[in-house]
Design a protein around this ligand. Structure first.
Ligand code: DLL
Length: 429
């Protein structure tokens, strides 16, 4: 069961829709956003040169830096009178990225989130507790409107206040919870501390996103809370949550709602397209955004695309779960490492909890890395044995071992009650 018939449409038909919308989007961006007009002129491209989807590679890419340079409204394509809403990205350094929406954009956003919820196994009549932050962050309001569009009931509780979350969920018998994966685990722990068995909580689905979730972490969420853990992906620059979503039928990749967002995957070093199924950086082009069309946005997120048929019947392309970013890359004494790679290796070891932190520092001119890992309560392994297993596994799989490995007891790594968890602390600058 899908929310919109287009989700199972013939691929040729989807392609036709994309082509038409791409041409309109390029025209719209060129005519209304001086930044894009200049970009296209510099590249020697006219809107008329974009006829088919293949022509998209003629367009220059848009970067995070462009958003920063055009702060606050240089990328807006409509005047104030047509704007309905502004959001801003949670921002890494410097200025936040400001994003805007018309009424129709909010309509599209609500629809893609409704599709996402339906794909997650949420149905009209269900109650969804929305624990994403409300405010400038797109998570809260994005999910909120989608739940309403679907015809389900939203509890707009927002992030934090974990004891209250648990009480509400129990008293109102919430069917689904929307939150980050790290918060899902934090909630399970808090429930235990309050004397609840997390498995007995009424929720049967958690729609998690906004940060990476590795397979072991998903398994832990599903097991501890006895739920289906479904991945939702999105980013403010493109719309917010609801760019793509896993289907509960297969839980095997996230369907991109590609009648609204056109995906490409490229080699992050060269910008050249990679083969289907090969990992690279996800590039997204909005196909229907009015207030802020975005051409070929470099998301920095690493993934693969597959056009194979999905058992759920949806024909829309699937992307793999995002567990790494191009700018996550840690270079430690010349060795390239992604935190997610370390996480993959470490979390597969018995006795290790899904909490860790990486501290990078300089000793003289040398990079040093300290890895702190939390052990599980039930672990009956002695510390030396566990330490040896971790170091050997890291060496075998990644050819790398940290300079210092610290094991801390259950609860030893600070949890974030609000927002995104920070795993890497780089003190080298
Ligand atoms: O995090 C939007 C969102 C809200 C998505 C709620 C899902 C649920 P930003 O704050 O702009 O928007 O951050 C976007 O977060 O480029 C990814 O690196 C990361 N991200 C988002 N969803 C996922 C996910 C929201 N499911 C950036 N898995 C993106 C991994 C994700 N990373």
């Amino acid at each position: 069961m899908v929310y919109a018939p287009i989700e199972t449409e013939d691929r040729a038909e989807i392609r036709e829709i994309q082509e038409e919308r791409l041409r309109e989007t390029v025209e719209h961006a060129y005519e209304t956003v001086p930044f894009y007009r200049e970009q296209l002129e510099d590249a020697g491209v006219e809107p008329d040169d974009i006829e088919s989807l293949e022509d998209i590679t003629k367009l220059p890419m848009t970067t995070k830096e462009d958003f920063r340079d055009e702060y606050p409204d240089g990328l807006f394509a409509v005047g104030d009178e047509e704007l309905t809403r502004i959001h801003a990205s949670s921002g890494t350094t410097g200025k936040p990225k400001i994003v805007s929406y018309t009424d129709d954009d909010i309509g599209v956003w609500s629809e893609v989130v409704a599709r996402s919820l339906k794909a997650s196994g949420v149905n009209p009549g269900d109650t969804v507790q929305n624990a994403y932050g409300y405010g400038l962050f797109t998570g809260g309001l994005g999910l909120h409107y989608g739940v309403e569009e679907l015809g389900a009931t939203v509890i707009p509780i927002g992030s934090g206040g974990t004891q209250r979350q648990i009480e509400m969920m129990t008293d109102l018998e919430s069917d689904a919870l929307a939150c980050t994966p790290s918060y899902a685990l934090y909630l399970a722990e808090t429930a235990e501390e309050m004397g609840h068995d997390p498995k007995e909580l009424p929720i049967s689905t958690i729609i998690f996103g906004a940060e990476p979730c590795t397979e072991p972490m998903r398994e832990e969420i599903e097991e501890r809370l006895d739920v289906n853990g479904i991945d939702i992906y999105g980013l403010s620059e493109i719309i917010g949550p609801g760019v793509s979503n896993e289907c509960h039928e297969a839980q095997d990749g996230l369907h991109i709602w590609e009648d609204h967002f056109y995906p490409e995957v490229v080699d992050p070093r060269t910008g050249d397209p990679v083969e289907e199924g090969e990992e690279g950086e996800l590039i997204l082009t909005t196909l229907t955004k009015e207030a802020m069309p975005v051409l070929r946005y470099r998301t920095g997120d690493l993934t693969t695309l597959t056009y194979d048929e999905c058992e759920c019947g949806r024909t829309m392309v699937r992307m793999d779960n995002v567990t790494g970013r191009t700018d996550d890359l840690l270079i430690v004494r010349g060795v390239n490492l992604y935190p997610s790679e370390i996480e993959h290796v470490v979390l597969e070891i018995d006795g290790v909890a899904p909490y860790y932190r990486i501290d990078l520092a300089k000793e003289g001119s040398l990079d040093v890395m300290e890895l702190t890992i939390e052990t599980t309560e039930e672990s009956d392994r002695n510390e030396d044995e566990l330490r040896n297993v971790i170091l050997t596994r890291l060496q075998n799989v990644l050819s790398f071992t940290p300079d210092d490995l610290e094991l801390v007891d259950h609860g030893g790594i600070a949890r974030t009650e609000v927002g995104k968890v920070k795993r890497v602390y780089d003190h080298r600058d």
